[in-house]
Design a protein around this ligand. Structure first.
Ligand SMILES: [Zn+2]
Length: 143
């Protein structure tokens, strides 16, 4: 049980609540997606209550399911790219609208076209990293 309290519409009061894991089916862009999400229930009357964290958690899971199903690059990979590229650079390199890469880094789901661009960049970064590792190893061997 949580120490925090939220509004229960049934009890018309701020109540403590229990969070349970649940398989949820949600619709996004006209398609159904199933994911392991969470639901919160009033600990007094058992009615479902709305908790910000739970809603955010489910939204993230829904987006994950959507990305997997539609072959869209994962948020983790987008964040890895952001270690190397800024929003400004993506605007210059890819001609994207300003701020759009930042939004992807905050969890917005990229379009298929942008996702493919990002995947390509990710692959190149990966190759670059492997090459660096390899070069370092070669240098070590020569000593
Ligand atoms: Zn209640």
């Amino acid at each position: 049980m949580s120490e925090r309290k939220v509004l229960c519409e049934e009890c018309r009061d701020r109540v403590e609540f229990n969070v349970v894991e649940k398989e949820i089916v949600d619709t996004l862009k006209g398609e159904n997606y199933t994911y392991m999400g969470k639901e919160a229930y009033c600990s007094k009357c058992g009615a479902e209550v709305y908790v910000d964290d739970v809603i955010d958690f489910n939204l993230e899971k829904l987006y994950d399911a959507y990305r997997k199903e539609n072959d869209i690059i994962s948020l983790e990979k987008v964040l890895e790219i952001s270690d190397f590229y800024t929003d400004e650079q993506m605007t210059i390199v890819k001609g994207w609208r300003k701020g759009i890469f930042d939004r992807y880094c905050e969890g917005d789901v990229p379009s298929k076209e942008h996702s493919d661009d990002l995947k390509q960049i990710y692959e190149l970064l990966l190759v670059e990293q492997i090459r660096k590792k390899f070069t370092r190893r070669v240098i070590k061997c020569r000593k």
